[in-house]
Design a protein around this ligand. Sequence first.
Ligand code: PLP
Length: 380
Amino acid sequence: MLGTETAFEVLAKARALEAQGKSIIHLEIGEPDFDTPGNVKAAGIDAIQRNFTHYGPSAGLPDVRKAIAEYSGKVRGMEFSPEEVVVVPGGKPVMFYAIMAIMNPGDEIIYPNPGFPIYESMINFMGGKAVPIHIREEREFSLDVGELRKLVTDKTRMIIINSPANPTGGILERADLEGIAEIAIKHDLWVLSDEIYQQIIYGKQHLSIATLPGMKERTIILDGFSKAYAMTGWRLGYGVMNKSIAPHITRLMTNSNSCTATFTQMAGAAALRGPQDSVRKMTEEFRRRRDLIVGGLNKIPGFSCKMPHGAFYVFPNIKKSGKTSQQMSDYLLNEGGVACLPGTSFGALGEGYLRFSYANSEENIREALKRIDAAVRKLK
Ligand code: PLP
């Protein structure tokens, strides 16, 4: 069965409460509260004026694929050719197409749990077996390579990784990536590396598994514009992959979307080729908010919150509160006026946690912390 992304459901519930006159602070949805940078908007408008409003090639406009190949190589310290890039409408379609292209019914794919819910949903929907690898708080929300090794069978086709991660903010360090790479090479597996948060990282350098020896040819990098350039509604993302698989993903595009909107692609190329200061500023701002929310959550009885290294989420442990994730998130929404997500929205192994997005103003985060604190103290 096809799963869902609960963030949209909680958002709808929160909006219904607001319609009744209740004040709700939105810490549920995973999108930057910043606007798309001006130069990017201008490039989109200009492209419409210049009639980039027709069908384009299914894999993306040649010059946009070139811009993505250059950028993707530069930020990871490697080289890609435009033929290794397929432009799609958002980061999500890369998951959809990569799983569809590689997995046959009955095959197994190992995916992070708690993790982005669409991985598990897509694997199940397409008749595969979704095998969870536990993302562990005690490992700073990384995975245990020994555990991963034990999950591989002769039916395993792919490992999905996500660094920096949603919902935990955890990152995979070099040693973890080397361990994963060794397993992928030994068992001839594909790796879908979801790097959509690669620019939103605090005090560390993003490392892509594709840079490790023997990994470029078996890695499909998922990246896009939604987060780093605050372009969620533009629907623009891409996969960077081996030339052998790119035509298959392109064919799936021909059969589903035909192509990604061409004026949107032009705006994307301007984002990558233009100044990067808006990304830097946004990340600095997120870092301040991260420190604020982690500090505040750790003062709430029954909550403990690790310091995330990337993305714009915190994933506090609420096991000591005596409530389940669902009970606590419902309670905070209805009684506290704060919308967040239960950890179980990200898989069964998210029980005992909540996810807050700190893509909201400092003022709102301070108010949310006050509200959560007051609501939780009432439970005692
Ligand atoms: N990958 C992860 C880990 C995400 O958190 C998200 C969005 O929340 C996506 C991919 C999808 O991004 P897009 O909106 O570009 O489809």
